[in-house]
Ligand binder design. Structure first.
Ligand SMILES: NC(=O)c1ccc[n+]([C@@H]2O[C@H](COP(=O)([O-])OP(=O)(O)OC[C@H]3O[C@@H](n4cnc5c(N)ncnc54)[C@H](O)[C@@H]3O)[C@@H](O)[C@H]2O)c1
Length: 439
């Protein structure tokens, strides 16, 4: 009988394997580029035809993937994109990196995974390796993906290989990229893990194998829950410092001089992005089905999601000191992305801050070099303005919500009347006319 694992490994090592990446977003595109860069012919599959067209023109829609890197790979025929699932049978490995959002009820929405797997399942053949990369609750690969792929009669571990390998991409991180961030791999069987590990070794420097898909799924959720809980803790420490009349940033800097047993986390206007605000709820939901309440997750979520209100309350207090109310005041928000130096506004706390300010009757606008416009629930589309001295001078209050490095903070402090700095972005600014308050 043919040893499908050996055949697959040989093909991968000869760079002869053809790879499919489903979902060409923040995770999928860098991954596809990394495989193509390693010399493996890669096809990206995305239902978004605009993304498909731009990738095929060699133009990147993701900041971390420069078009100058993408274009030569497309020209050499190592990378192309398509908007349908034709030809999946001819691929040797298929990696799935589609969104995993939450429903309004905060329950996991794995419909994108199901949709992708339903398209792949009828085309599955012996010797293929399928890997789920989307963050999800422990059990998804084995309980949802596996039965769908096995429906045609082939068996995972025997006929094809199935694994879970969480993506750890940190958008805008110039030090740790897809290539030099170790990759976790858990297989449905040991042979499945071996197949997936052999594949990733072509594109990433270090692969760490674990005993099961569930362990790999849980590792990702531990990583993101760790961040959510620690950000929740430091946000609460910031609230405590405010009550005690202390500067939380000084307190964190001091604590961080301890060379062991402490890790810096920063307070801010709330958490955003596709991961930290959502992923822990995947875990909490799974535990709820086992009659267990994930208390740290719920508490951190409560604190973190209250931060935009804290920002607006603080804004109101600052205006009050100058005998002004939020109603009728001109407020400029700097930065709408969920984190520095990215355009991603998914779950961004800035959207909540803008919405709450609008609700309170303030006249709001924003400046963000990465975003021309944003949609605010209940308000509509809001267009940004360039950050100019006139904009700053005309504002009653400027709120730094996202600390993009492109902002000229000297200019901000020189021209604004009052600055609410939720990120300590103005720490290096010596003096100006603005009164600066921190979170
Ligand atoms: N963005 C991050 O920083 C990050 C980091 C680690 C893990 N993740 C996880 O990776 C997964 C993907 O996240 P992302 O940020 O890349 O999302 P994204 O929205 O940027 O990209 C997902 C892509 O999948 C496409 N898509 C949706 N349904 C599809 C389908 N049925 N078939 C083909 N394509 C489809 C979308 O058009 C989109 O281009 C999520 O589970 C997320 O939690 C994200």
């Amino acid at each position: 009988m043919a040893d499908f694992l050996q055949i697959f490994k040989d093909k991968v090592e000869r760079r002869d394997a053809r790879i499919g990446v489903v979902g060409l977003g923040y995770v999928g595109l860098p991954l596809a580029v990394e495989f193509a860069h390693a010399g493996l012919r890669t096809v990206g599959i995305d239902v978004d035809e605009v993304k498909v067209r731009t990738v095929n023109r060699g133009v990147s829609h993701i900041e971390d993937v420069p078009s100058a890197v993408l274009r030569p790979l497309v020209r050499k025929g190592l990378l192309r994109a398509q908007a349908d699932y034709r030809g999946c049978r001819d691929l040797d490995a298929i990696l799935i990196a589609v969104p995993t959002p939450l429903r309004k009820t905060r329950d996991p929405d794995i419909s994108y995974i199901v949709a992708a797997v339903d398209k792949i399942a009828p085309q599955i053949r012996r010797g293929q390796t399928i890997v789920l990369e989307s963050t999800t609750y422990p059990g998804t690969t084995d309980e949802v993906v596996r039965p769908a792929l096995e429906a045609g009669g082939l068996k995972a571990g025997k006929d094809f290989f199935l694994a879970f390998s969480p993506e750890r991409v940190d958008p805008s991180n110039a030090v740790f990229t897809t290539r030099n961030t170790p990759k976790i791999v858990g297989g449905t069987t040991a042979r499945c893990a071996e197949a997936a590990a052999a594949l990733y070794r072509q594109a990433v420097d270090q692969v760490h194998m674990v005993s099961s898909t569930q362990a790999a799924e849980m590792i990702k959720l531990l990583e993101n829950t760790f961040r959510a809980v620690n950000i929740g803790l430091v946000n609460e420490i910031a609230l405590m410092c405010h009550k005690l009349g202390l500067d939380v940033w000084e307190v964190i800097d001091g604590a961080a001089t301890k060379p062991f047993g402490f890790m810096r986390f920063y307070p801010g206007p709330g958490i955003g992005g596709h991961c930290i605000p959502l992923d822990p709820h995947y875990l909490a939901w799974k535990l709820k089905t086992l009659n267990y309440s994930a208390r740290f997750i719920e508490l951190a979520s409560e604190i973190n999601s209250a931060m935009p209100r804290v920002v607006v309350q603080k804004a109101s207090e600052m205006l009050n000191q100058r005998r002004k109310s939020l109603k009728g005041s001109k407020v400029v928000v700097l930065g709408v992305s969920y984190k520095r130096d990215t355009s991603d506004v998914r779950e961004s706390p800035a959207l909540d801050v803008l919405g709450l300010l609008h609700e309170a009757g303030a006249s709001v606008t924003f400046a963000d070099p990465y975003n021309d416009a944003v949609h605010i629930e209940g308000v509509g589309d809001l267009r940004g303005k360039p950050l100019t001295p006139a904009l700053l001078r005309g504002a009653d209050l400027v709120i730094v919500v996202t600390d993009h490095t492109a902002f000229d903070y000297d200019l901000v402090v020189r021209h604004a009347k009052q600055v609410l700095d939720t990120r300590n972005a103005t720490r290096a600014v010596r003096r100006g006319r603005a009164k600066i308050s921190k979170l």
